[in-house]
Ligand binder design. Structure first.
Ligand SMILES: Cc1cc2nc3c(=O)[nH]c(=O)nc-3n(C[C@H](O)[C@H](O)[C@H](O)COP(=O)(O)OP(=O)(O)OC[C@H]3O[C@@H](n4cnc5c(N)ncnc54)[C@H](O)[C@@H]3O)c2cc1C
Length: 494
């Protein structure tokens, strides 16, 4: 496991904490070590750094004041939403400030006529759809963590979800953002209009993992709730048949709202946790959802059923009512947490491959796991080719955690060599920056850094994330350092 070194808190940061107390209010500034430890990691708990200072911001002005003071003192800052990220994106800087945004939770009234809504970044994803539903509207991006994750974190990670196959990722649903730049200036990117002239700076900001500034308000696009929604659970006796069905459905010109896949281990875990009633004996299941006009949904469903049968599906079950549909989804959405029932520890991996390569890549992952004597559970957005292999291990067995970490890394290499990517939706964060040099050339990374430098010339916003080594701007003086692709800890030099 990779430990992150914790340098001592500097005198400059200690002085900054005093300034913050007098500016945003002492009750919003934490420096007590015991309290700070609450914020030492995000959802990826194997990386931990205790921040020097935490600011519990309650409004835009608190964010502006905090960022401006950090900029003047040359102290790094990290934004944090709900802390559910799975790549260490909200991992604090040990000699820096963590700006917690979960108290910025204002959700403006839904503008139903224009199908949009303005929210603060700490608003929980699911609250948007909750408020939009009475207007016949919904917010499409639906990460499995939507009960707890924040819109600010979703924007920073360009979050996806089961229904992004048809509706697109967060980037397709954000019209505008109010952003506090790393020097404290407030800017507006995009806006309520559907299209803006000039460079797409909003597009650059979405998915930038907190490295270009802090979002303090977002304007979101809402979609009309479709006339009909039907969900089908399909059981297979082989992973290959399930994977091939996914490609066949899309190749037939059908675009389901969602196609999710779970293998035998993931099914076992979900059954144990929530008794979701998946077909007994299934080695893989697909949860397929179609939505749209009633007649279209009905006709496409019979096509989907035929395709699945032609790939040896042994059970196809259409949800009879909302309760059955909810149970099918409960199994899928609780699967990550449920895996804790069948293994003391596990790594959640996130990679992408071309959908058509699902059968061979899943087979190869099983072979790789067998070689090192580990188990891998697969539960993922199959329609997008967005894999989430969960590498199971036991900390109590010497060396197993290291083997699991190595296997998780090798799976990402397999994704790259299969023509895919090292992340589909969880971001690069702290965890995967060492892999960036595998996917991109040095020139690609330099170009990305130039974008970053345009927003943040001194590298104060969420340093040590995304990039394998500091290269340009104020990040480290001297000539460019070659990207290190093997030791992610080497990047932590800010
Ligand atoms: C069980 C489980 C299931 C998940 N399923 C999915 C899934 O289906 N799809 C998916 O995409 N992800 C999923 N995730 C990952 C995670 O929930 C998402 O990445 C989510 O978008 C993170 O939101 P957050 O509020 O928790 O952000 P945090 O973890 O707090 O932060 C994430 C990143 O955003 C930055 N950030 C936060 N707020 C701001 C802001 N206001 N301005 C600028 N930067 C900011 C942080 O610096 C950090 O880099 C899952 C996580 C868990 C634990």
């Amino acid at each position: 496991m990779t430990a992150v070194a914790e340098p001592a808190v500097s005198a400059g940061t200690t002085r900054l904490a005093e300034q913050l107390r007098s500016t945003v209010g002492a009750e919003r500034v934490l420096t007590d070590r015991a309290q700070l430890r609450t914020y030492e990691c995000d959802g990826l708990a194997n990386f931990k750094v205790t921040p020097a200072v935490v600011v519990l911001a309650e409004n835009r002005q608190h964010v502006v004041d905090t960022v401006r003071l950090c900029s003047q003192a040359g102290v790094p800052f990290v934004a944090r939403g709900s802390g559910t990220g799975l790549s260490g994106g909200a991992l604090p800087s040990a000699d820096g400030v963590l700006i917690v945004l979960s108290r910025l939770r204002r959700l403006h009234p839904v503008d139903a006529d224009n199908a949009r809504v303005v929210v603060e970044p700490g608003v929980i994803n699911l609250w948007v759809t909750r408020d939009a539903t009475p207007h016949g509207l919904a917010y499409a991006p639906d990460p499995s963590s939507q009960l707890v994750c924040s819109i600010g974190g979703n924007v920073a990670e360009n979050a996806g979800g089961a229904h992004c196959l048809k509706y697109g990722f967060t980037v397709n649903h954000v019209l505008g953002a109010e952003v506090v730049l790393p020097d404290g200036e407030v800017v507006h990117l995009g806006g309520a209009a559907p299209e803006h002239p000039g460079y797409d700076l909003l597009g650059a900001f979405i998915g930038s993992e907190g490295t270009l500034g802090v979002a303090t308000e977002l304007t979101l696009r809402l979609i009309r709730i479709p006339e009909a929604v039907q969900t089908m659970l399909v059981g297979f006796r082989s992973v290959e048949d399930a994977a091939a069905t996914v490609s066949d459905i899309i190749a037939a010109g059908i675009l389901p709202a969602a196609i999710e896949m779970m293998d035998a281990l993931a099914i076992e875990a979900a059954e144990a946790a929530v008794r979701c009633g998946y077909p007994p004996g299934a080695v893989a299941v697909l949860v397929i959802e179609l939505d749209g006009p009633q007649v279209e949904v009905e006709s496409q469903f019979s096509q989907v059923e035929q395709i699945a049968r032609s790939r040896n599906a042994f059970e196809t079950r259409i949800a009879a009512d909302a309760a059955e549909r909810a149970l099918m989804w409960k199994g899928r959405k609780s699967a990550f947490a449920a895996v804790g029932r069948i293994s003391p520890s596990y790594f959640v991996q996130d990679g992408v491959i071309p959908r058509t390569k699902l059968p061979e890549v899943l087979g190869e992952i099983t072979r790789m796991a067998d070689d090192v004597g580990l188990r891998v559970a697969n539960v993922f957005h199959a329609g997008d080719g967005n894999l989430h292999p969960l590498v199971l291990f036991d900390d109590a067995v010497e060396g197993q955690a290291d083997d699991a970490e190595e296997l998780a890394g090798a799976i990402l290499d397999l994704c790259i060599s299969s023509g895919g990517s090292i992340t589909g939706e969880h971001g690069v964060g702290h965890e995967k920056r060492g892999k960036m040099g595998r996917q991109f050339t040095a020139e690609d990374l330099d170009t990305m850094q130039l974008v970053r430098c345009a927003f943040d010339p001194h590298g104060l916003a969420n340093p040590g994330k995304i990039f394998p080594t500091p290269r340009l701007c104020g990040e480290r003086p001297g000539p460019r350092t070659a990207a290190d692709t093997h030791d992610p800890a080497l990047g932590e030099v800010f």
